[in-house]
Ligand binder design. Sequence first.
Ligand code: ADP
Ligand code: 5GP
Length: 216
Amino acid sequence: MSSEAQRRGLLIILSSPSGAGKSTLSRRLLEWDSTISFSVSATTRPPREGEVDGKDYHFMTVEQFEDEVNSGEMLEHATVFGNSYGSPKAPVQAAIEDGREVLFDVDWQGAQQINGSDLKDHVLSVFILPPSIAELRARLEGRGQDDSRVIDKRMQKSLVEISHWKENDYVLVNDDLDDADQRLKTIVTAARQGRLQQPQLEAHVARLGQEFEAMQ
Ligand code: ADP
Ligand code: 5GP
């Protein structure tokens, strides 16, 4: 087995107020390295036009969602905008034990729970800030996805999300997209070299010791 295959995967949590560029940066990260998988959340909110069950979300009834929570199948779960959202645990465990990263799109409540879970040593959290509030609104409007009432609601929630910025390992101001994208990839590359991500180093260092002994 190569040393690469023996590394542990990271749980990469990207957080941001809605419109700051989290989906755009996530998409670029997943295209950059196809071994990184996206954690498909479960939700009780109805699908939006174009959303695919099992790809964008696992769409569930409230009863199905509660069953999953009660049987301990969620790594974290929270209520956001009046709907339940949660991250299924099994695919995450399988990926990180196999040395593959998992990317999460969760709100601050989800990030806090993952940071408090038994997988916390393998979490890489990155917060994305907009350059200004005017630009945040302009991006939400420019995206053309929501009417002004929904945009107002998202803007209200932005301040709450931003108030949690200090709970993250890294913070990116997403001004120039290419620049932010590059910085995010640099962060992931560096985090992969973390000691806890490389359990195979124990054996490697033991071998170095034996080689040294043999030379005496
Ligand atoms: P989020 O997932 O955080 O809600 P999106 O990734 O959907 O945000 O981005 C919101 C809008 O802003 C999209 O139309 C996207 O193309 C645009 N956008 C993202 N990053 C930048 C940037 N650095 N400069 C200009 N526009 C951006
Ligand atoms: P949307 O309904 O617009 O796709 O997502 C609304 C909010 O729910 C976003 O802030 C998103 O990050 C958050 N969210 C999506 N999936 C999860 C999840 O599994 N857990 C938590 N805690 N939040 C989630």
